[in-house]
Write a protein that binds this ligand. Structure first.
Ligand code: IPD
Ligand code: CA
Ligand code: CA
Length: 342
């Protein structure tokens, strides 16, 4: 690495590489990986848990007073009242991982008073390390990242994610899909949101949108986008996207055009229950504002509200007690049953 990195970023990189080693080892023999269904189509493996534990050990080993918000263990470890909170997705793209489809990543962000300041997304299958520090740019390995320069939607490659959980509004998504698809050069759904955002930062995609994402899917990737000169926000173009379960990102021109298309589909939380600094514009109406270049998420107390709405994250021990189903790759690929929402 050519520049000297912030010590907290260095620690995050160390943690991400430790998790990546666990993931890479497990990927050599996927038949031995035990898979548990958290809910319809939403899987977790022992590898997610092991990677998460390794990450938290490294982070808290270096910064014992910091807080943790991790996908699998919630806030069970770490300080509960620190201004420094590590937001962790130990394995983003678990479904891909289970199938041996090599698009998944470790995602680690540090939020300080609700602002994402350090970010790492590590793709262990390619040994690609995306990282960013606020105000110091975003990088892939040694290379500085810049968002694309395209301005015409017709020429753009756009990334997205499909809704897949029970209760997701697939029909609503299909309308957005149809509108964006009709106006751009191509849509892609690789299946790891943290990487999708890095692909925007790298200029490989010109834009990205998805609904239903959680803070750990997007915290690190969001800093990559803004540090690469892009914009990120919710569907109405507001900057406090981290807890809102709808996200759009892109180079500045394409971001604005995507917000124009997607704002009618926004279900942005009402202003009165939104985090401080959020929009006062009506959901569904594009105010013309775009997220500022330093868009960085939401207020710290939004974490508690998000977790309360999402229900408690399983304690690691409780999750381990759930009956583990060893699924073969073909089982996981079954088409949705009658109870599927679409
Ligand atoms: C998932 C991936 C996927 C997105 C899902 C996420 P996970 O994360 O980011 O791209 O579409 O909504 O849940 O569950 O594999 O960590
Ligand atoms: Ca994820
Ligand atoms: Ca995950």
């Amino acid at each position: 690495m050519s520049q000297s990195l912030h010590p907290m970023l260095n620690t995050a990189i160390k943690a991400a590489r430790a998790a990546g080693a666990i993931i890479n080892r497990a990927s050599l023999d996927l038949d031995r990986v035990t898979v548990t269904a958290k809910s319809h189509n939403d899987f977790v493996t022992e590898v997610d848990h092991a990677a998460e534990a390794a990450i938290i050990d490294v982070l808290l080993g270096a910064y014992p007073g910091h807080g943790i918000l991790a996908e699998e263990s919630g806030r069970a470890r770490g300080a509960k009242d620190s201004e420094f909170v590590w937001i962790i997705d130990p394995l983003d793209g678990t479904t891909n991982f289970i199938h041996g489809f090599p698009v998944y990543a470790v995602s680690i962000a540090l939020a300080v008073r609700g602002q994402v300041q350090q970010a790492v997304v590590y793709d262990p299958a390619r040994n690609d390390l995306f990282y960013a520090s606020k105000g110091r740019g975003a990088f892939l390995n040694d290379k500085r990242l810049r968002v694309s320069k395209r301005t015409r939607m017709l020429e753009c490659l756009i990334g997205t994610g499909f809704p897949f959980r029970k209760g997701d509004n697939f029909k609503r998504y299909l309308k957005m899909f149809e509108e964006v698809m009709a106006q751009c050069a191509g849509l892609r759904r690789p299946g790891a949101a943290s990487l999708d955002l890095c692909y925007v930062a790298a200029g490989w995609y010109d834009g990205f949108f998805e609904t239903g994402l959680s803070p750990w899917d997007i915290a690190a990737g969001s800093l990559m986008v803004t540090e690469a000169g892009g914009l990120i926000g919710n569907f109405t173009g507001e900057a406090d996207f981290l807890y809102q379960r709808e996200i759009v990102a892109g180079n500045p021109r394409i971001y604005g055009q995507l917000v124009g298309i997607l704002s009618p589909y926004s279900k942005a939380i009402p202003a009165e229950s939104a985090a401080p600094g959020s929009s006062d514009s009506a959901p569904g109406h594009y105010s013309g504002r775009t997220a500022p270049a330093d868009a960085s998420g939401a207020a710290p107390d939004a974490t508690a509200a998000f977790l309360a709405a999402a229900g408690p994250a399983p304690e690691p021990a409780a999750a381990a007690k759930k009956p583990a189903v060893r699924i073969r790759k073909t089982d996981a690929a079954q088409p949705p049953g009658d109870d599927a929402p679409f």
